[in-house]
Design a protein around this ligand. Structure first.
Ligand SMILES: Nc1ncnc2c1ncn2[C@@H]1O[C@H](COP(=O)(O)OS(=O)(=O)O)[C@@H](OP(=O)(O)O)[C@H]1O
Ligand SMILES: Nc1ncnc2c1ncn2[C@@H]1O[C@H](COP(=O)(O)OP(=O)(O)O)[C@@H](O)[C@H]1O
Length: 191
């Protein structure tokens, strides 16, 4: 078995509009962290909603239930040494703060990362065609269109994913984790 320098789990909590880059960055970051010896689990909003949160909709109450479930599972994993990346829109500031409180109460670092692409950019990308549906009135209550998104006021990191490349965003995430002592330097990990 490969020896690793990992001692602490943590929760890297992505928040941002649909199309801001949550899935892209999660999918790119997870293998990089594994290469450095971390055990990584991803809790992606879309995937969580097909299992853990099946049946929930997009009312404030249902979104909050979804987010607090994600926080609960993230806490269980991270307190056992897993590096957890969550990738849900998590639009409400107060609910993200509840997630932070529950997780940090266990002594687990919680790093909120705001993927701050503008609505215009996300809508122009329209990765899944959902913004067009929302504008056409076929998807009421869509975040950013006719449902709120409350940006973090003091995230541990803000990434301008509308302007930066994926590689630049990844480099900033790696720097954040290294700077907090949560990621062993590449040179410390036996290849
Ligand atoms: N009304 C509405 N508003 C926002 N998003 C919607 C909506 N309906 C469906 N979708 C799709 O669901 C994905 C967001 O789910 P999340 O679990 O991340 O949302 S939340 O954190 O509970 O608010 C989101 O995925 P991402 O594009 O990956 O963000 C959408 O594909
Ligand atoms: N710096 C960046 N970070 C993340 N995604 C980016 C970035 N620059 C451009 N993109 C593109 O933006 C889109 C983001 O879509 P996605 O990851 O599905 O967003 P979300 O999961 O937040 O809905 C992808 O097509 C991705 O290639």
């Amino acid at each position: 078995m490969m020896m690793t320098g990992q001692t602490h789990g943590f929760v890297l909590w992505f928040t941002g509009l649909s199309g801001s880059g949550k899935s892209t960055l999660t999918n790119a970051l997870a293998p990089l962290l594994r290469e450095r010896g971390l055990r990584v689990e991803v809790l992606d909003g879309d995937e969580v909603r097909t299992h853990l949160s099946k049946g929930l909709g997009f009312s404030r109450e249902d979104r909050d239930t979804n987010i607090l479930r994600i926080a609960y599972v993230a806490k269980l994993l991270a307190r056992n040494g897993v590096a957890v990346i969550t990738a849900a829109i998590s639009p409400y500031r107060a609910t993200r703060e509840r997630a932070r409180e529950q997780i940090t109460a266990e002594g687990v670092p919680f790093l909120e990362v705001h993927l701050a692409a503008s609505l215009e950019t996300c809508e122009a990308r329209d990765v899944k065609g959902l913004y067009a549906e929302a504008r056409a009135g076929r998807r009421p209550g869509f975040t950013g269109i006719d449902d709120p998104y409350e940006p973090p006021e003091a995230p541990e990191l803000r990434l301008d994913t509308g302007v930066q490349s994926v590689e630049e965003s990844l480099a900033a995430l790696i720097r954040l984790l290294e700077g907090r002592g949560l990621l062993p330097a590449a040179s410390e990990v036996g290849a």
